[in-house]
Every structure is written in structure tokens, then in C-alpha cells.
Design a protein around this ligand. Structure first.
Ligand code: PBG
Length: 326
């Protein structure tokens, strides 16, 4: 007769549990997303993302400094322009709001804080799509990736250490790598949103950046179908082959299987985006007293690490980094 299995032995005290814990979550595992808006004189609260703002350049630098003090691993910037056009030119204009803000961040933090820029057109286009459109309304993939390459160069020129293409166009990573290298930005890192699903969880983000997709449209022609798992391996492998340095899965909680797969498939760093809707759900339930928001945030972010992510892009970053710092 074998002795009875007694796994509970290792759970008896907090010290034993700490000793045998398989996964840890630290402030530098968290990346903080921020929004900076053009032409605003005061930061504007984003109702569906409690605690987050459309920042002025000055309030952005202060918020980034607070995140830095809390020990986060990096910050990622989204620009909110005051005027949009068909091609989203604010994304690649050197004077676009994101580029202006990147220069201010770079002046303040240099290389002490990893400064990342989301790279897409949707915040800047009148129609709200992530690419440019042909006259029949379809997305022109190859014209779009040329503009992404220009945006990457503008962001790197302005001081982004990392560019993060999120548009899910084919060939985007290769086009961006070539553009950066040709402009002398061989050291600029590409964090590729490789497995990005067409999700119902992006609602608060679209409030935050003022994006509405024209004619009741959606992004299912370029973002992935949530019924698919294997497809993510193909997307991620293609991005690594084209030169992606870091791979991202988005959203997080509903795609832990994908994270786990990619952890085993790839040897590059892996990141997950715990998106706006995931944050908003926790905040809303906590505000109603239905859950302990901090406990659930810690559980979710740790689960994302357990599934295979090296770090997590999350609206909880500063708040939870402060908790972890004690
Ligand atoms: C698109 C983009 C989106 C998000 C990040 N980049 C929205 C979308 O794909 O519609 C969503 C992030 C979030 O919900 O927190 N450039």
C-alpha cells in the first residue's frame, strides 16, 4: 500500500506556500497603457476606465513618473488626435500628438523607463478602421503596411524604444522592420500584437480613443476569430520570421490556451494584453461590492503569467505594482 498523497502538507503555512509557489508577479512584469489627447488643457476622465484619463502631455509625464516609481516594466502610449482623416496621417506625422508626447517622455525618462508606442491607424482615421480603404470600402493591406512603416519611423524618431503594431495586417512586422532599419533604427524593438482576436472586450478602449467604426462595421476581416486556436501559432510564427522581438496575445483571460501554446511554440518573450473590458468588468463588480477588486486583479494577472506570459499590459499596472511593492 502506498502512503496517502498529502499535497496539503505544502499548503499548511504562508511561508511554505511562498516557498513552493510556481509563479510570481512583480511590478516589472506589468506595462502601463496611457492615452494622450491633442488640444486638451486638463486631463479628461474616461468613465468606462475608472482611474484612467485622456492626458495632456504634462499630466501624461506625471502619470508615467508615478508608474515608474511603482516599478512597472514599461509604459505604452496611445494618441488621441483632435482631427482625423482618411489615411490616419496623425499616426505618421512627426507633429502628431503621440510623437509630441513621446518626445516629452523621452526627454524626461531617457532609457530609464521602457517607452512603447502602440502603432495603428484606427485612432487617426475618419472611418475608424486600422487600415486605409479602397474605393469599394475594403482594406488595402499593402498600402496600409507602408503607412505603418512610416508611423514606426516617426515614433522611433520621437523616442519610442519599442513599437507595437496592433493592426493585424499581413506582412506588417516585416514592413516595419525594413522601414526602421532603413532609417537607422536597427535597435528599435518590435512588440507584435501577433494573436489579436476580434473581441467584445475593447468597448472602453474605443471610448478612450473616440473611435467608432463607420457604418456599424467591425474588425473581423483582420482580427482573429475567437473560435480559432491553431491559427495563432501561424500568426505568431509569421511575426517572428518577419522580425518580431516580442509576441503579444490579446485579450488575456479568454485566451490562456493560446498563451500556453505560444509559450511552448516560441522562444521569444511573450506578452499578454489584459484589455479595457477585462479591467472595466473587475472595476464595475468591485464598485458594486460584488468582488474584491484587488484580489481578483492579482488572481487574473498571476493566471496570465502562469499560462505563459512573461509580462502583462494592463490598466491595473500602476495600482497593482504599488500593491506588490507593499
Ligand atoms: C487598435 C487597438 C485596440 C486596442 C488596442 N489597440 C482596439 C481595437 O482593436 O478595436 C484595444 C485595447 C483595449 O481594449 O484595452 N489599434
Amino acid at each position: 500500500m502506498f502512503p496517502l498523497e498529502r499535497p496539503r502538507r505544502l499548503r499548511r503555512t504562508a511561508a511554505l506556500r511562498r516557498l513552493v509557489a510556481e509563479t510570481c508577479l512583480q511590478p516589472d512584469d506589468l506595462i502601463a497603457p496611457f492615452f494622450v489627447a491633442e488640444g486638451v488643457s486638463e486631463p479628461r476622465a474616461i468613465t468606462s476606465l475608472p482611474g484612467h484619463f485622456q492626458h495632456t502631455v504634462a499630466s501624461l509625464v506625471d502619470a508615467a513618473a508615478a508608474a515608474h516609481r511603482a516599478g512597472v516594466g514599461g509604459i505604452l502610449l496611445f494618441g488621441v488626435p483632435d482631427a482625423k482623416d482618411e489615411t490616419g496621417s496623425g499616426a505618421f506625422n512627426p507633429d502628431g500628438i503621440a510623437q509630441v508626447a513621446l518626445r516629452a517622455l523621452r526627454d524626461r525618462f531617457g532609457d530609464d523607463l521602457v517607452i512603447m508606442a502602440d502603432l495603428c491607424l484606427d485612432e487617426y482615421t475618419t472611418h475608424g478602421h486600422c487600415g486605409v480603404l479602397r474605393s469599394d470600402g475594403s482594406i488595402d493591406n499593402d498600402a496600409t503596411i507602408e503607412l505603418y512603416a512610416r508611423a514606426a519611423v516617426a515614433q522611433a524618431d520621437a523616442g519610442a524604444a519599442v513599437v507595437a503594431p496592433s493592426g493585424m495586417m499581413d506582412g506588417q512586422v516585416g514592413a516595419i522592420r525594413a522601414g526602421l532599419d532603413a532609417a537607422g533604427h536597427e535597435d528599435t524593438v518590435i512588440l507584435a500584437y501577433a494573436a489579436k482576436y476580434a473581441s467584445g472586450l475593447y468597448g472602453p478602449f474605443r471610448d478612450a480613443v473616440g473611435v467608432e467604426i463607420a457604418d456599424g462595421g467591425d474588425r473581423r476581416g483582420y482580427q482573429q476569430d475567437y473560435r480559432n486556436r491553431r491559427e495563432s501559432w501561424r500568426e505568431a510564427r509569421a511575426d517572428v520570421e518577419q522580425g518580431a522581438d516580442i509576441i503579444m496575445v490579446k485579450p488575456a483571460m479568454t485566451y490562456l490556451d493560446v498563451l500556453s501554446d505560444l509559450r511552448h511554440e516560441l522562444d521569444v518573450p511573450l506578452c499578454a494584453y489584459h484589455v479595457s473590458g477585462e479591467y472595466a468588468m473587475v472595476k464595475a463588480a468591485a464598485a458594486n461590492g460584488w468582488i474584491d477588486g484587488e484580489a481578483v486583479a492579482l488572481e487574473q494577472l498571476t493566471a496570465v503569467r502562469r499560462a505563459g506570459a512573461d509580462f502583462v499590459l494592463t490598466y491595473f499596472a500602476t495600482e497593482i505594482a504599488e500593491v506588490l511593492q507593499g
